[in-house]
Design a protein. Structure first.
Length: 600
Protein backbone atom coordinates (compact mmCIF):
# COMPACT_ATOMS: atom_id res chain seq x y z
CA UNK A 1 0.00 0.00 0.00
CA UNK A 2 1.48 3.35 -0.98
CA UNK A 3 0.27 6.89 -0.49
CA UNK A 4 1.11 10.32 -1.80
CA UNK A 5 -0.58 13.62 -1.16
CA UNK A 6 -0.57 17.00 -2.86
CA UNK A 7 -1.42 20.12 -0.93
CA UNK A 8 -2.48 23.57 -2.11
CA UNK A 9 -2.90 26.34 0.44
CA UNK A 10 -6.33 27.97 0.30
CA UNK A 11 -5.91 31.55 -0.71
CA UNK A 12 -8.64 32.60 1.70
CA UNK A 13 -10.25 36.00 1.86
CA UNK A 14 -8.76 39.43 1.87
CA UNK A 15 -9.97 42.07 4.27
CA UNK A 16 -8.81 45.57 3.58
CA UNK A 17 -8.88 47.95 6.45
CA UNK A 18 -8.89 51.63 5.57
CA UNK A 19 -7.76 53.57 8.62
CA UNK A 20 -9.06 57.11 8.58
CA UNK A 21 -7.86 59.77 10.98
CA UNK A 22 -10.66 61.60 12.81
CA UNK A 23 -10.60 64.41 15.37
CA UNK A 24 -7.95 64.08 18.04
CA UNK A 25 -9.01 64.21 21.63
CA UNK A 26 -7.48 63.65 25.03
CA UNK A 27 -8.92 61.09 27.43
CA UNK A 28 -7.89 59.14 30.50
CA UNK A 29 -6.46 55.75 29.60
CA UNK A 30 -8.67 52.77 30.24
CA UNK A 31 -5.98 50.34 29.06
CA UNK A 32 -2.19 50.35 29.08
CA UNK A 33 -1.01 51.66 25.72
CA UNK A 34 0.95 49.41 23.39
CA UNK A 35 2.73 52.49 22.11
CA UNK A 36 4.81 53.98 24.85
CA UNK A 37 5.89 56.81 22.57
CA UNK A 38 2.30 58.02 22.50
CA UNK A 39 1.87 57.86 26.27
CA UNK A 40 2.25 60.97 28.41
CA UNK A 41 2.78 61.20 32.12
CA UNK A 42 -0.91 61.96 32.61
CA UNK A 43 -1.81 58.89 30.44
CA UNK A 44 -3.66 60.92 27.81
CA UNK A 45 -3.91 59.16 24.43
CA UNK A 46 -5.00 59.95 20.89
CA UNK A 47 -8.02 58.10 19.55
CA UNK A 48 -9.04 57.32 16.01
CA UNK A 49 -11.66 55.37 14.12
CA UNK A 50 -11.04 52.51 11.65
CA UNK A 51 -13.19 51.91 8.61
CA UNK A 52 -13.23 48.16 7.90
CA UNK A 53 -13.91 47.11 4.32
CA UNK A 54 -14.33 43.47 3.30
CA UNK A 55 -13.38 41.95 -0.05
CA UNK A 56 -13.88 38.38 -1.16
CA UNK A 57 -11.15 36.50 -2.95
CA UNK A 58 -12.27 32.94 -3.56
CA UNK A 59 -9.96 30.54 -5.44
CA UNK A 60 -11.65 28.71 -8.30
CA UNK A 61 -10.68 25.28 -6.98
CA UNK A 62 -12.69 25.61 -3.74
CA UNK A 63 -16.14 24.13 -4.12
CA UNK A 64 -18.69 23.11 -1.51
CA UNK A 65 -22.38 22.39 -1.64
CA UNK A 66 -22.74 25.96 -0.39
CA UNK A 67 -20.87 29.08 -1.37
CA UNK A 68 -17.61 29.93 0.36
CA UNK A 69 -18.08 33.54 -0.74
CA UNK A 70 -20.80 34.45 1.75
CA UNK A 71 -19.83 36.79 4.56
CA UNK A 72 -22.86 37.73 6.60
CA UNK A 73 -21.24 39.42 9.57
CA UNK A 74 -17.88 40.31 11.05
CA UNK A 75 -16.50 40.75 14.56
CA UNK A 76 -13.44 43.02 14.56
CA UNK A 77 -11.03 43.15 17.53
CA UNK A 78 -7.96 45.32 18.08
CA UNK A 79 -5.50 44.38 20.83
CA UNK A 80 -2.48 46.36 22.03
CA UNK A 81 0.91 44.67 22.36
CA UNK A 82 0.08 43.63 25.92
CA UNK A 83 -2.89 41.73 24.56
CA UNK A 84 -5.59 44.06 25.92
CA UNK A 85 -8.61 45.06 23.85
CA UNK A 86 -8.52 48.64 22.57
CA UNK A 87 -11.28 48.39 19.99
CA UNK A 88 -14.18 46.13 18.97
CA UNK A 89 -17.14 46.32 16.61
CA UNK A 90 -19.73 43.86 15.34
CA UNK A 91 -21.45 44.50 12.04
CA UNK A 92 -23.99 42.55 10.05
CA UNK A 93 -22.68 44.07 6.84
CA UNK A 94 -19.39 43.86 5.06
CA UNK A 95 -17.92 47.11 6.39
CA UNK A 96 -17.89 48.90 9.71
CA UNK A 97 -16.15 51.61 11.71
CA UNK A 98 -14.23 50.67 14.86
CA UNK A 99 -13.35 53.14 17.59
CA UNK A 100 -9.81 52.61 18.85
CA UNK A 101 -6.68 54.56 19.78
CA UNK A 102 -3.26 55.15 18.30
CA UNK A 103 -0.82 52.40 19.25
CA UNK A 104 2.11 50.40 17.87
CA UNK A 105 2.53 46.62 17.47
CA UNK A 106 -1.12 45.75 17.76
CA UNK A 107 -3.13 42.79 16.49
CA UNK A 108 -6.18 43.34 14.31
CA UNK A 109 -8.37 40.21 14.38
CA UNK A 110 -11.52 39.38 12.45
CA UNK A 111 -14.05 36.60 12.92
CA UNK A 112 -16.50 36.25 10.04
CA UNK A 113 -19.90 34.54 10.06
CA UNK A 114 -20.08 33.96 13.81
CA UNK A 115 -23.72 35.06 13.75
CA UNK A 116 -23.74 37.33 16.80
CA UNK A 117 -21.79 40.02 18.62
CA UNK A 118 -18.86 38.60 20.62
CA UNK A 119 -18.89 41.21 23.40
CA UNK A 120 -17.29 39.29 26.26
CA UNK A 121 -13.67 39.38 25.07
CA UNK A 122 -11.21 41.74 26.76
CA UNK A 123 -7.85 40.12 25.95
CA UNK A 124 -6.18 38.32 23.07
CA UNK A 125 -5.70 35.26 25.28
CA UNK A 126 -9.43 35.24 25.84
CA UNK A 127 -10.01 35.26 22.09
CA UNK A 128 -7.61 32.33 21.67
CA UNK A 129 -9.77 30.21 23.96
CA UNK A 130 -12.88 30.66 21.86
CA UNK A 131 -14.20 27.58 20.07
CA UNK A 132 -16.79 26.98 17.39
CA UNK A 133 -20.22 25.57 18.19
CA UNK A 134 -20.22 21.77 18.06
CA UNK A 135 -21.36 20.07 14.89
CA UNK A 136 -23.58 17.01 15.27
CA UNK A 137 -22.65 15.30 12.02
CA UNK A 138 -19.36 15.02 10.14
CA UNK A 139 -21.07 16.40 7.02
CA UNK A 140 -22.32 19.57 8.75
CA UNK A 141 -19.43 21.73 7.53
CA UNK A 142 -20.19 21.06 3.88
CA UNK A 143 -23.93 21.54 4.45
CA UNK A 144 -23.78 24.89 6.24
CA UNK A 145 -24.97 28.00 4.44
CA UNK A 146 -21.92 29.84 5.79
CA UNK A 147 -18.88 28.81 7.76
CA UNK A 148 -16.87 30.70 10.39
CA UNK A 149 -13.56 32.12 9.18
CA UNK A 150 -10.73 33.84 10.99
CA UNK A 151 -7.82 36.12 10.18
CA UNK A 152 -5.41 38.43 11.98
CA UNK A 153 -2.61 40.83 11.17
CA UNK A 154 -0.04 42.77 13.17
CA UNK A 155 -0.34 46.51 12.63
CA UNK A 156 0.53 49.88 14.07
CA UNK A 157 -2.30 52.38 14.24
CA UNK A 158 -1.10 55.94 13.59
CA UNK A 159 -2.71 59.30 13.05
CA UNK A 160 -2.26 59.03 9.29
CA UNK A 161 -4.41 57.16 6.83
CA UNK A 162 -3.24 53.56 6.23
CA UNK A 163 -4.59 50.30 4.85
CA UNK A 164 -4.30 46.92 6.55
CA UNK A 165 -4.83 43.70 4.56
CA UNK A 166 -5.88 40.51 6.33
CA UNK A 167 -6.28 37.01 4.90
CA UNK A 168 -9.27 35.14 6.28
CA UNK A 169 -8.75 31.39 6.65
CA UNK A 170 -11.24 28.56 6.80
CA UNK A 171 -11.12 26.62 10.04
CA UNK A 172 -11.30 23.41 8.05
CA UNK A 173 -9.30 21.69 5.32
CA UNK A 174 -10.52 19.85 2.24
CA UNK A 175 -9.56 16.21 1.56
CA UNK A 176 -9.99 14.19 -1.63
CA UNK A 177 -8.81 10.57 -1.99
CA UNK A 178 -7.97 8.64 -5.14
CA UNK A 179 -7.85 4.88 -4.52
CA UNK A 180 -6.00 2.65 -7.01
CA UNK A 181 -6.55 -1.12 -6.65
CA UNK A 182 -4.06 -3.37 -8.41
CA UNK A 183 -5.09 -6.26 -10.62
CA UNK A 184 -6.81 -8.94 -8.54
CA UNK A 185 -7.98 -6.47 -5.87
CA UNK A 186 -11.53 -5.23 -5.35
CA UNK A 187 -12.22 -2.19 -3.15
CA UNK A 188 -15.31 -3.05 -1.07
CA UNK A 189 -15.71 0.21 0.86
CA UNK A 190 -14.17 3.21 2.57
CA UNK A 191 -14.93 5.59 5.46
CA UNK A 192 -13.31 8.73 6.86
CA UNK A 193 -13.19 8.33 10.64
CA UNK A 194 -12.55 10.19 13.89
CA UNK A 195 -12.78 13.80 12.75
CA UNK A 196 -13.18 16.69 15.16
CA UNK A 197 -16.60 18.18 15.90
CA UNK A 198 -15.17 21.49 17.08
CA UNK A 199 -12.28 23.90 16.51
CA UNK A 200 -10.53 26.86 18.07
CA UNK A 201 -11.22 30.11 16.23
CA UNK A 202 -7.65 31.35 16.51
CA UNK A 203 -5.00 29.15 14.91
CA UNK A 204 -2.31 28.25 17.41
CA UNK A 205 -0.70 25.12 15.97
CA UNK A 206 0.42 23.80 19.36
CA UNK A 207 -2.77 23.30 21.36
CA UNK A 208 -4.42 19.89 21.37
CA UNK A 209 -7.85 19.79 19.82
CA UNK A 210 -10.61 20.85 22.28
CA UNK A 211 -13.00 18.17 21.00
CA UNK A 212 -14.35 15.58 23.41
CA UNK A 213 -16.52 13.86 20.79
CA UNK A 214 -15.15 12.77 17.44
CA UNK A 215 -17.30 11.92 14.44
CA UNK A 216 -17.24 9.46 11.53
CA UNK A 217 -18.49 10.09 8.03
CA UNK A 218 -20.86 7.50 6.66
CA UNK A 219 -19.29 4.39 5.16
CA UNK A 220 -19.37 4.07 1.37
CA UNK A 221 -19.91 0.66 -0.21
CA UNK A 222 -17.88 -0.09 -3.33
CA UNK A 223 -17.16 -2.94 -5.72
CA UNK A 224 -14.52 -1.15 -7.76
CA UNK A 225 -11.64 -2.96 -9.43
CA UNK A 226 -10.29 0.22 -11.04
CA UNK A 227 -9.07 3.60 -9.85
CA UNK A 228 -11.65 6.07 -8.55
CA UNK A 229 -11.81 9.35 -6.63
CA UNK A 230 -13.94 9.89 -3.56
CA UNK A 231 -16.11 12.91 -2.91
CA UNK A 232 -14.69 15.93 -1.12
CA UNK A 233 -14.45 15.93 2.66
CA UNK A 234 -14.33 19.08 4.80
CA UNK A 235 -12.98 18.58 8.31
CA UNK A 236 -11.91 20.90 11.12
CA UNK A 237 -8.23 21.24 11.96
CA UNK A 238 -7.14 18.53 14.38
CA UNK A 239 -4.07 18.66 16.61
CA UNK A 240 -4.49 15.28 18.34
CA UNK A 241 -1.54 15.50 20.70
CA UNK A 242 1.82 13.76 20.97
CA UNK A 243 2.64 10.52 19.16
CA UNK A 244 2.77 7.36 21.25
CA UNK A 245 6.21 6.46 19.87
CA UNK A 246 8.93 7.98 17.73
CA UNK A 247 8.61 6.77 14.13
CA UNK A 248 10.57 7.15 10.92
CA UNK A 249 8.84 4.85 8.46
CA UNK A 250 5.52 5.20 6.65
CA UNK A 251 4.51 1.71 7.81
CA UNK A 252 4.75 2.97 11.38
CA UNK A 253 1.79 5.31 10.82
CA UNK A 254 -0.59 2.95 12.60
CA UNK A 255 -2.71 2.74 15.74
CA UNK A 256 0.28 1.62 17.82
CA UNK A 257 2.06 4.92 17.22
CA UNK A 258 -0.62 7.45 16.29
CA UNK A 259 -2.11 9.76 18.95
CA UNK A 260 -5.43 8.47 20.26
CA UNK A 261 -7.44 11.20 18.52
CA UNK A 262 -5.77 11.08 15.11
CA UNK A 263 -8.07 11.03 12.07
CA UNK A 264 -7.86 8.25 9.50
CA UNK A 265 -9.36 6.84 6.30
CA UNK A 266 -10.47 3.20 6.54
CA UNK A 267 -10.48 1.21 3.29
CA UNK A 268 -11.72 -2.37 2.89
CA UNK A 269 -10.67 -4.63 0.04
CA UNK A 270 -10.68 -8.27 -0.97
CA UNK A 271 -8.92 -10.61 -3.34
CA UNK A 272 -10.63 -11.67 -6.54
CA UNK A 273 -8.65 -14.92 -6.59
CA UNK A 274 -10.22 -18.20 -5.47
CA UNK A 275 -6.76 -19.68 -4.93
CA UNK A 276 -5.63 -17.01 -2.50
CA UNK A 277 -8.71 -15.39 -0.95
CA UNK A 278 -8.35 -12.63 1.62
CA UNK A 279 -10.16 -9.62 3.08
CA UNK A 280 -8.24 -6.66 4.46
CA UNK A 281 -8.92 -3.35 6.16
CA UNK A 282 -6.38 -0.57 5.57
CA UNK A 283 -5.93 2.40 7.93
CA UNK A 284 -4.52 5.52 6.31
CA UNK A 285 -3.74 8.08 9.02
CA UNK A 286 -4.04 11.73 8.01
CA UNK A 287 -1.73 14.53 9.03
CA UNK A 288 1.25 16.56 7.89
CA UNK A 289 1.43 18.67 4.76
CA UNK A 290 3.89 16.58 2.68
CA UNK A 291 4.84 12.94 2.24
CA UNK A 292 8.01 13.28 4.32
CA UNK A 293 6.03 14.33 7.42
CA UNK A 294 6.07 10.73 8.64
CA UNK A 295 5.63 11.50 12.33
CA UNK A 296 3.13 14.35 11.88
CA UNK A 297 -0.52 13.46 12.56
CA UNK A 298 -1.69 17.10 12.78
CA UNK A 299 -4.37 18.35 10.39
CA UNK A 300 -3.88 22.09 9.79
CA UNK A 301 -6.62 24.47 8.69
CA UNK A 302 -7.21 25.91 5.25
CA UNK A 303 -5.40 23.33 3.11
CA UNK A 304 -6.56 21.43 0.05
CA UNK A 305 -5.24 17.85 0.35
CA UNK A 306 -5.25 15.27 -2.43
CA UNK A 307 -4.23 11.73 -1.48
CA UNK A 308 -3.45 8.91 -3.91
CA UNK A 309 -3.58 5.48 -2.26
CA UNK A 310 -2.49 2.32 -4.07
CA UNK A 311 -3.76 -1.03 -2.79
CA UNK A 312 -1.36 -3.60 -4.22
CA UNK A 313 -2.21 -6.65 -2.13
CA UNK A 314 -3.47 -7.96 1.19
CA UNK A 315 -0.92 -5.97 3.17
CA UNK A 316 -0.35 -8.97 5.39
CA UNK A 317 3.07 -7.74 6.57
CA UNK A 318 1.93 -4.17 7.13
CA UNK A 319 0.99 -3.06 10.64
CA UNK A 320 -1.54 -0.57 9.25
CA UNK A 321 -3.69 -3.45 7.99
CA UNK A 322 -6.15 -5.76 9.73
CA UNK A 323 -6.14 -8.96 7.69
CA UNK A 324 -8.43 -11.99 7.36
CA UNK A 325 -7.42 -14.78 5.01
CA UNK A 326 -9.66 -17.29 3.31
CA UNK A 327 -8.80 -20.96 3.53
CA UNK A 328 -6.46 -22.43 0.94
CA UNK A 329 -8.36 -25.36 -0.56
CA UNK A 330 -5.16 -27.36 -0.86
CA UNK A 331 -4.17 -27.11 2.79
CA UNK A 332 -7.24 -26.59 4.95
CA UNK A 333 -8.11 -30.25 5.48
CA UNK A 334 -6.80 -31.71 8.69
CA UNK A 335 -5.11 -28.49 9.67
CA UNK A 336 -3.46 -28.61 13.04
CA UNK A 337 -2.02 -25.82 15.14
CA UNK A 338 -1.97 -24.58 18.71
CA UNK A 339 -5.59 -23.47 18.76
CA UNK A 340 -5.43 -20.88 16.00
CA UNK A 341 -8.39 -20.28 13.71
CA UNK A 342 -8.08 -19.78 9.97
CA UNK A 343 -10.80 -17.12 9.87
CA UNK A 344 -9.73 -14.94 12.79
CA UNK A 345 -8.65 -11.42 11.85
CA UNK A 346 -5.11 -10.62 12.88
CA UNK A 347 -4.86 -7.21 14.54
CA UNK A 348 -1.18 -6.53 14.38
CA UNK A 349 0.89 -6.13 17.49
CA UNK A 350 3.42 -3.95 15.71
CA UNK A 351 6.01 -4.04 12.94
CA UNK A 352 7.75 -7.41 12.53
CA UNK A 353 11.50 -6.84 12.53
CA UNK A 354 14.09 -9.49 11.77
CA UNK A 355 16.35 -10.10 14.75
CA UNK A 356 13.68 -9.31 17.32
CA UNK A 357 11.86 -11.98 19.31
CA UNK A 358 8.68 -14.00 19.43
CA UNK A 359 7.30 -14.24 22.98
CA UNK A 360 5.46 -16.78 25.08
CA UNK A 361 2.19 -14.82 24.87
CA UNK A 362 2.21 -14.66 21.06
CA UNK A 363 3.44 -11.06 20.79
CA UNK A 364 6.68 -9.94 19.21
CA UNK A 365 9.18 -7.13 19.43
CA UNK A 366 12.30 -6.21 21.39
CA UNK A 367 13.32 -7.55 24.78
CA UNK A 368 13.18 -4.02 26.17
CA UNK A 369 9.56 -3.59 25.03
CA UNK A 370 8.58 -6.71 26.98
CA UNK A 371 10.79 -6.19 30.04
CA UNK A 372 7.86 -5.17 32.26
CA UNK A 373 5.61 -8.04 31.13
CA UNK A 374 5.45 -11.54 32.59
CA UNK A 375 6.49 -13.10 29.27
CA UNK A 376 9.75 -14.42 27.88
CA UNK A 377 11.26 -14.95 24.42
CA UNK A 378 10.86 -18.39 22.85
CA UNK A 379 12.08 -17.72 19.30
CA UNK A 380 14.12 -15.37 17.10
CA UNK A 381 12.33 -13.77 14.15
CA UNK A 382 14.22 -14.56 10.94
CA UNK A 383 11.59 -13.58 8.36
CA UNK A 384 8.79 -11.00 8.21
CA UNK A 385 7.00 -12.67 5.32
CA UNK A 386 5.36 -16.10 5.05
CA UNK A 387 4.43 -18.49 2.25
CA UNK A 388 1.12 -18.23 0.43
CA UNK A 389 0.03 -21.48 2.10
CA UNK A 390 0.75 -20.09 5.56
CA UNK A 391 -0.97 -16.83 4.74
CA UNK A 392 -4.00 -18.94 3.92
CA UNK A 393 -4.00 -19.95 7.59
CA UNK A 394 -3.75 -16.24 8.62
CA UNK A 395 -0.11 -16.61 9.77
CA UNK A 396 0.91 -13.50 7.94
CA UNK A 397 3.57 -11.81 10.06
CA UNK A 398 6.65 -14.01 9.84
CA UNK A 399 8.67 -16.98 11.07
CA UNK A 400 10.70 -17.49 14.24
CA UNK A 401 13.27 -20.19 15.05
CA UNK A 402 13.19 -21.77 18.52
CA UNK A 403 15.82 -20.70 21.04
CA UNK A 404 16.20 -24.24 22.35
CA UNK A 405 16.77 -27.44 20.37
CA UNK A 406 14.07 -30.11 20.40
CA UNK A 407 16.36 -33.16 20.12
CA UNK A 408 19.75 -34.41 18.99
CA UNK A 409 21.24 -37.56 17.46
CA UNK A 410 18.00 -38.90 16.02
CA UNK A 411 17.09 -39.86 12.44
CA UNK A 412 14.65 -38.16 10.11
CA UNK A 413 12.96 -41.52 9.47
CA UNK A 414 13.84 -44.62 11.47
CA UNK A 415 13.68 -46.95 8.44
CA UNK A 416 14.90 -45.47 5.19
CA UNK A 417 12.61 -47.35 2.84
CA UNK A 418 13.35 -45.32 -0.28
CA UNK A 419 9.80 -44.02 -0.65
CA UNK A 420 8.81 -40.34 -0.88
CA UNK A 421 7.28 -39.15 2.40
CA UNK A 422 6.04 -35.60 1.78
CA UNK A 423 2.83 -36.31 -0.08
CA UNK A 424 2.28 -32.58 -0.67
CA UNK A 425 5.52 -32.42 -2.66
CA UNK A 426 5.37 -35.78 -4.47
CA UNK A 427 8.47 -35.91 -6.68
CA UNK A 428 8.82 -32.16 -7.10
CA UNK A 429 11.95 -32.20 -4.95
CA UNK A 430 14.01 -29.10 -4.07
CA UNK A 431 17.16 -30.60 -5.57
CA UNK A 432 18.85 -27.39 -6.71
CA UNK A 433 19.95 -24.42 -4.64
CA UNK A 434 17.39 -22.18 -6.35
CA UNK A 435 14.57 -24.59 -5.50
CA UNK A 436 15.79 -24.96 -1.93
CA UNK A 437 15.58 -21.21 -1.35
CA UNK A 438 11.95 -21.22 -2.53
CA UNK A 439 10.79 -24.03 -0.24
CA UNK A 440 9.48 -22.22 2.85
CA UNK A 441 6.56 -24.58 3.54
CA UNK A 442 7.80 -26.50 6.56
CA UNK A 443 4.36 -26.45 8.16
CA UNK A 444 2.73 -27.92 5.04
CA UNK A 445 5.31 -30.72 4.88
CA UNK A 446 4.65 -31.54 8.53
CA UNK A 447 0.90 -31.49 7.90
CA UNK A 448 1.39 -34.09 5.18
CA UNK A 449 3.35 -36.40 7.47
CA UNK A 450 0.88 -35.92 10.33
CA UNK A 451 -2.28 -36.55 8.34
CA UNK A 452 -1.12 -39.12 5.82
CA UNK A 453 2.00 -40.66 7.32
CA UNK A 454 3.74 -39.78 4.10
CA UNK A 455 3.30 -41.97 1.08
CA UNK A 456 3.92 -44.98 3.32
CA UNK A 457 0.82 -44.18 5.38
CA UNK A 458 2.87 -44.64 8.54
CA UNK A 459 1.58 -43.12 11.76
CA UNK A 460 3.43 -40.02 12.93
CA UNK A 461 5.26 -41.26 16.00
CA UNK A 462 8.61 -40.96 17.75
CA UNK A 463 9.62 -44.34 16.32
CA UNK A 464 8.56 -43.79 12.70
CA UNK A 465 9.53 -40.12 12.16
CA UNK A 466 11.71 -39.08 15.14
CA UNK A 467 12.79 -35.68 13.78
CA UNK A 468 9.26 -34.67 12.81
CA UNK A 469 7.78 -35.93 16.05
CA UNK A 470 10.23 -34.07 18.29
CA UNK A 471 9.85 -30.84 16.30
CA UNK A 472 6.04 -30.93 16.44
CA UNK A 473 6.03 -31.71 20.17
CA UNK A 474 8.68 -29.19 21.11
CA UNK A 475 7.94 -27.53 24.46
CA UNK A 476 6.12 -30.50 26.01
CA UNK A 477 8.81 -31.25 28.60
CA UNK A 478 10.21 -34.26 26.78
CA UNK A 479 11.29 -32.37 23.70
CA UNK A 480 12.38 -29.03 25.06
CA UNK A 481 11.33 -27.22 28.22
CA UNK A 482 7.66 -26.46 28.82
CA UNK A 483 8.46 -22.75 29.04
CA UNK A 484 8.98 -22.93 25.27
CA UNK A 485 5.49 -24.22 24.53
CA UNK A 486 3.82 -22.43 21.62
CA UNK A 487 1.20 -19.77 22.50
CA UNK A 488 -2.36 -21.09 22.35
CA UNK A 489 -3.69 -18.94 19.51
CA UNK A 490 -2.80 -17.20 16.24
CA UNK A 491 0.20 -19.32 15.27
CA UNK A 492 1.04 -22.61 13.58
CA UNK A 493 2.51 -24.38 16.57
CA UNK A 494 6.08 -25.64 16.35
CA UNK A 495 7.08 -27.58 13.22
CA UNK A 496 10.17 -28.93 11.48
CA UNK A 497 11.43 -26.08 9.26
CA UNK A 498 11.99 -26.53 5.54
CA UNK A 499 15.34 -26.06 3.83
CA UNK A 500 14.27 -22.62 2.56
CA UNK A 501 13.40 -21.51 6.08
CA UNK A 502 16.85 -22.60 7.28
CA UNK A 503 18.35 -20.69 4.37
CA UNK A 504 16.67 -17.44 5.50
CA UNK A 505 17.67 -18.11 9.10
CA UNK A 506 21.34 -18.32 8.07
CA UNK A 507 21.02 -15.46 5.60
CA UNK A 508 19.18 -12.93 7.78
CA UNK A 509 20.58 -13.69 11.23
CA UNK A 510 23.92 -15.27 10.33
CA UNK A 511 24.61 -12.73 7.55
CA UNK A 512 25.76 -15.62 5.37
CA UNK A 513 26.75 -14.95 1.77
CA UNK A 514 26.20 -18.02 -0.37
CA UNK A 515 27.79 -19.33 -3.54
CA UNK A 516 25.46 -21.31 -5.78
CA UNK A 517 27.00 -24.71 -6.52
CA UNK A 518 24.00 -25.85 -8.53
CA UNK A 519 22.73 -28.59 -6.22
CA UNK A 520 23.69 -26.78 -3.01
CA UNK A 521 24.64 -23.44 -1.51
CA UNK A 522 27.87 -22.87 0.42
CA UNK A 523 28.84 -19.78 2.41
CA UNK A 524 31.90 -17.74 1.54
CA UNK A 525 32.50 -17.17 5.25
CA UNK A 526 33.74 -19.70 7.77
CA UNK A 527 31.03 -21.44 9.75
CA UNK A 528 32.23 -19.80 12.99
CA UNK A 529 31.57 -16.31 11.61
CA UNK A 530 27.95 -17.15 10.86
CA UNK A 531 27.54 -19.05 14.14
CA UNK A 532 28.81 -16.06 16.13
CA UNK A 533 26.33 -13.74 14.44
CA UNK A 534 23.39 -16.07 15.18
CA UNK A 535 24.56 -16.80 18.72
CA UNK A 536 24.62 -13.09 19.55
CA UNK A 537 20.83 -13.10 19.35
CA UNK A 538 20.54 -16.35 21.30
CA UNK A 539 22.90 -15.26 24.08
CA UNK A 540 21.07 -11.97 24.59
CA UNK A 541 17.80 -13.88 24.98
CA UNK A 542 19.40 -16.30 27.45
CA UNK A 543 19.08 -13.68 30.20
CA UNK A 544 15.30 -14.02 29.89
CA UNK A 545 15.10 -17.69 28.84
CA UNK A 546 17.91 -19.79 30.29
CA UNK A 547 17.00 -22.80 28.14
CA UNK A 548 18.37 -21.05 25.05
CA UNK A 549 20.99 -23.08 23.16
CA UNK A 550 23.53 -21.72 20.73
CA UNK A 551 24.24 -23.24 17.34
CA UNK A 552 27.66 -24.88 17.05
CA UNK A 553 30.14 -26.19 14.50
CA UNK A 554 29.94 -29.76 13.24
CA UNK A 555 26.18 -29.96 13.54
CA UNK A 556 23.65 -30.82 10.86
CA UNK A 557 20.07 -29.63 11.21
CA UNK A 558 17.21 -31.74 9.90
CA UNK A 559 14.76 -30.09 7.50
CA UNK A 560 11.29 -31.20 6.49
CA UNK A 561 12.30 -30.97 2.80
CA UNK A 562 13.20 -34.16 0.91
CA UNK A 563 16.04 -34.07 -1.64
CA UNK A 564 14.87 -37.34 -3.18
CA UNK A 565 13.16 -40.56 -2.03
CA UNK A 566 16.11 -41.58 0.18
CA UNK A 567 17.88 -38.35 1.05
CA UNK A 568 16.73 -35.23 2.87
CA UNK A 569 17.90 -31.65 2.82
CA UNK A 570 19.85 -30.32 5.78
CA UNK A 571 21.39 -27.08 7.03
CA UNK A 572 24.96 -27.86 8.02
CA UNK A 573 27.42 -25.94 10.21
CA UNK A 574 30.59 -27.67 9.04
CA UNK A 575 33.53 -25.64 10.33
CA UNK A 576 34.85 -24.46 6.97
CA UNK A 577 31.45 -23.09 5.90
CA UNK A 578 27.69 -23.51 6.27
CA UNK A 579 25.79 -25.51 3.68
CA UNK A 580 22.25 -25.56 2.31
CA UNK A 581 22.37 -29.02 0.87
CA UNK A 582 20.74 -32.41 0.35
CA UNK A 583 23.20 -35.22 1.16
CA UNK A 584 22.07 -37.25 4.17
CA UNK A 585 20.15 -40.53 4.23
CA UNK A 586 16.89 -40.33 6.14
CA UNK A 587 18.14 -42.74 8.82
CA UNK A 588 21.39 -40.83 9.50
CA UNK A 589 22.08 -39.96 13.17
CA UNK A 590 25.62 -38.60 13.79
CA UNK A 591 25.77 -34.87 14.65
CA UNK A 592 22.07 -34.42 13.80
CA UNK A 593 20.05 -31.67 15.52
CA UNK A 594 16.34 -30.77 15.46
CA UNK A 595 15.39 -27.12 16.00
CA UNK A 596 11.73 -26.12 15.52
CA UNK A 597 10.22 -23.09 13.79
CA UNK A 598 6.86 -21.35 14.17
CA UNK A 599 4.67 -19.27 11.83
CA UNK A 600 2.64 -16.37 13.27
Amino acid sequence: MSKKNNVNRYKGYLLSFLILQLDLMLCFALFTSCATSQETTDKTQETTKINVCVKNKVPNDITRTVSDESINDINVFIFDNDGFLIGHKYSSGTSTYVDTRIANSCKVCVIANYGSDINNISTYNGLKKMITPEIGSATDISNKTTEIMYGEQSASISNTTSTISIILEHLYSKYTFTINPSSGVTITGYQLCHVSNISYLVEDGTMSNPSSAYLDFGSVISSSTSSFTTGQYYIYENYPGANKNNIGNAKDRNSLNAPSNASYLKITAKSTSNNNPWNSTYYVYLGGIKETDISDFNIPRDYNFSYTISITGSGYNDARVSFTAGLMTSTNNGQWNSGGNSTVASNFDGPVNIGEYYFSDGTWGTLADHATKTVWPIGIIFSNTTSSNDRGHTWVHGYAMALQTASKLIPWESANDGVVDNKDVSTNFPNTFDKMKLDIDGYTHCLSIKNYGGSNSKILSSSNYPAYYSALNFGNGTYGSTINAAPKTNNSGWFLPSIGQWYYFMLNLGKAVFTDNGTSGVSVQASSTIENSINTYINIAKTYNNTSETVYSISWNWCSSEYNVSITCDAAFSGDAVYIIGNLPKDYIDNMVVRSAIAF
